[in-house]
Design a protein around this ligand. Structure first.
Ligand code: HEC
Length: 123
């Protein structure tokens, strides 16, 4: 076998192994605890998440940074302009949120992304 053929096989082998780790179970835990983003709603999913992680600093007239996460009206604005997603994903350019805390669980981030991609509906 030529050297180049052997290298190609090795490369293909590596690619196939890499794909294995893209499996949902590997990224989000076992099938039993897989992240379910099928039924994401504002009232049932997003509002409780904001209440648990964000509203302590982001509600009322003295909300930190002038950002209010406790009402649909203001949250939907930062959801649709991309600010919400960038801050919770700790993307560069914005303050990472929740401030002083740890990043939200991957599944929560996936749910926020799903809600934003749906157009941040008030449901
Ligand atoms: C402990 C208080 C605190 C918590 C909890 C918190 N924030 Fe913030 N947030 C701030 C402060 C203070 C600012 C103003 C910018 C700064 O000082 O970093 C801010 C700014 C922001 C901004 C604007 C970011 C920017 O760079 O313009 C967004 C969006 C935001 N927060 C969303 C959230 C969300 C969503 C959560 C919950 C996941 C959250 N915050 C939790 C304190 C907090």
């Amino acid at each position: 076998m030529k050297k180049r053929t052997i290298i190609s096989f090795l490369a293909i082998g590596l690619l196939l192994t890499a794909c294995y780790y893209d499996k949902e179970e590997a990224l989000y835990g076992t099938a039993a605890t897989a992240c379910d983003t099928t039924a994401v709603t504002y009232a049932g999913t997003i509002a409780p998440m904001m209440s648990a992680n964000c509203n302590s600093c982001h509600s009322g007239s003295a909300a930190s940074g002038g950002v209010v996460t406790s009402t649909y009206a203001s949250l939907s604005v930062i959801a649709l302009n991309g600010t919400l997603g960038h801050s919770v994903n700790w993307d560069s350019g914005l303050s990472p949120m929740p401030k002083g805390g740890s990043k939200l669980p991957t599944c929560d981030l996936a749910k926020i992304k799903k809600w934003v991609n749906l157009g941040a509906p008030n449901n």
